[in-house]
Design a protein around this ligand. Structure first.
Ligand code: ZN
Length: 575
């Protein structure tokens, strides 16, 4: 079996021109060589894997070459170049600051510096991770850095420039290496793939480049891994699978679903993503990136900021053409808010779902249904307020009425009682419990039925069905059961059934069941015009204290000292 050499080493650039994505730096270095203005000490800063050590080695090799090409590249043929290429040159010393950071290590190095090169012009000292040197080691090094022999060059490399002492910084020529762009990395991967005779899809290489986050070394090691997993064929799917990357298509899909207000589709898609083992936050970050890409696709000038394969860039252009900028910004804002509060949420999936549903509803407001080609939106309409009472608005679901007929009740579709939010129906204010009588009735149009049957019925029938309904409450709501049992319904004018309850509290409880009762009676008595009218008659004889407040008032009525006690001590009752 032949020796496997990792791609990062095998394809390490040997000349300035082959260094990927750092042309400003390599050009400056070449110019310095050309003009013979090389500094004695360099500081190479930048993220990991962007070519700092590679450039340092190329510099060491080039300045020692005996036969520089006109393009100021090493010849790769002279004895010095050959010894460099074989890693056998005595003119280069590499020290890892992370593991050799003591004063002694630096003293050994300083002793070395005193000996002039036996061959070639320069001795080059490369100290990697120089920020890891101990303060004492730094100090021991400083003297040498201040007055180095003419043949010595120092190249210090670091990922953390801010940790370097100012005394060192001031003695070095500083080069800031930048992250390598995704396009540059993908291009280099393409080159390596061709050399290695690996078949690779463009999209796949772009994903690898993205995952490497600007570091060529990482990109190449991911590439090596993929080759060993999948053989000599790297596809988009295998990359997604092996790198645990969420497919772009999901973001395009969910954006389309949001744009068409397809709430169910959105929920299913996010569920599928989470089922595949992706973290919600992972999705939010990716979706934010997607929305940002859509935003920059809006302007031809900013399109180049999208770092993806060209085919996907076209897809972005197509989708962004369908989203208004204001909408994109609002959705991006919602996504951002979701991101910020995601970690502190106790129900993370729901949190995410709510954010996505909010995005859908944003679209409903921004884009008319005809534009999105979606189903007509469900609207909430308000029934006319009931007479002078404090009833909250009653909501009902209905489809949008045809234009010009909004006031015509006949065109409103029949309302299904089970669709009505019972909890809101006929709730009576508790603010004013003292009046002896109080009446309020259901808003007539809530219970409007277009079938319009109005069968006559007898009082006995009414009482029978009334009791039947009361029976159904016996186990679940014994209170209501006895209230209904005690209250005899009576048919008054025009199908309005009046009945009396003892107090407001019971009335309130009953109101939760009122629509059910009404529906039941209408069905059983085959009369869709029936209305219910509740009256509260507080009967002192039958009054039973029910709430804590009523109990207190009752006791206080018997013994006024209680009231005094409460006032003196400023006590409060928890109602
Ligand atoms: Zn040479």
């Amino acid at each position: 079996m032949e020796n496997f050499i990792v791609s990062a080493r095998k394809y390490r650039p040997q000349t300035f021109d082959t260094v990927v994505g750092q042309h400003p730096i390599t050009n400056t270095l070449k110019n310095a060589i050309k003009n013979n203005q090389l500094a004695q000490a360099f500081l190479f800063c930048g993220p990991r894997g962007v070519g700092k050590t590679t450039c340092a080695r190329i510099l060491a090799k080039t300045i020692n070459c005996e036969n520089l090409s006109p393009a100021l590249e090493a010849c790769d043929a002279c004895p010095s170049c050959i010894s460099f290429n074989e890693n056998a040159s005595f003119n280069i010393y590499e020290l890892d600051g992370a593991s050799n950071n003591s004063v002694d290590d630096i003293r050994t190095l300083v002793d070395q510096v005193r000996i002039p090169p036996q061959m070639g012009k320069y001795k080059v000292y490369i100290i990697d991770e120089v920020h890891m040197l101990s303060p004492a080691a730094f100090n021991a090094f400083l003297k040498t850095l201040e007055e180095p022999p003419h043949y010595a060059k120092f190249i210090l490399a670091t990922t953390e420039k801010h940790k370097i002492l100012p005394t060192i910084l001031s003695r070095c020529q500083i080069f800031d290496f930048r992250r390598i762009t995704i396009d540059d990395i993908a291009g280099h991967l393409r080159y390596v793939a061709e050399k290695e005779q690996v078949e690779a899809e463009d999209n796949a290489l772009h994903i690898v480049a993205q995952k490497a986050d600007g570091a060529m070394r990482d990109a190449l090691s991911i590439f090596d891994q993929l080759v060993s997993f999948t053989g000599n064929r790297i596809t988009y799917e295998t990359v997604l699978e092996n790198l645990n990357v969420l497919d772009y298509e999901y973001f395009f899909k969910i954006t389309d679903q949001i744009l068409s207000g397809d709430v169910s589709g959105v929920l299913l898609t996010i569920n599928e993503i989470i089922d595949k083992g992706f973290d919600g936050q992972h999705f939010i970050i990716g979706f934010g990136e997607h929305l940002r890409n859509l935003l920059v696709s809006k302007d031809a000038v900013t399109v180049k900021l999208i770092e993806t394969a060209p085919s996907i860039r076209d897809q972005y252009l197509e989708q962004s053409g369908r989203c208004p900028v204001t909408l994109l910004i609002k959705i991006l804002d919602l996504n951002n808010q979701c991101d910020l509060s995601y970690k502190s949420s106790n129900h993370k999936k729901l949190h995410l779902e709510i954010a996505l549903m909010q995005m859908c509803s944003l679209v409903m407001k921004e884009i008319p249904a005809t534009e999105t080609g979606s189903i007509p939106p469900v609207t909430v309409t308000r029934a006319p307020a009931t007479t002078g009472s404090a009833s909250p608005p009653q909501t009902k679901r209905s489809t949008v009425p045809p234009a010009g007929s909004s006031a015509d009740k006949k065109t409103v579709e029949p309302i299904k009682m089970k669709d009505l939010p019972h909890a809101f129906d006929g709730v009576v204010s508790l603010k004013n419990p003292t009046p002896a009588t109080n009446t309020d009735s259901d808003s007539p149009d809530v219970s409007e039925d277009t079938s319009e049957i109005a069968n006559p019925f007898s009082q006995t029938d009414l009482c029978d069905y009334w009791d039947e309904f009361a029976e159904s409450l016996r186990n679940d709501s014994p209170h209501l059961f006895s209230t209904l049992k005690n209250s005899r319904p009576a048919l008054s004018d025009e199908w309005t059934i009046g009945f009396v309850v003892d107090n407001k509290v019971l009335e309130t409880e009953l109101s939760l069941k009122k629509t059910e009762l009404l529906e039941y009676l209408r069905k059983k008595l085959k009369n869709s015009k029936i209305q219910l009218k509740t009256s509260v008659v507080e009967n002192p004889k039958t009054f039973k204290p029910y709430t804590d407040k009523e109990k207190f008032e009752l006791m206080a009525d018997k013994n006024n000292a209680l009231r005094t006690l409460r006032e003196e001590l400023d006590l409060e009752i928890e109602y």
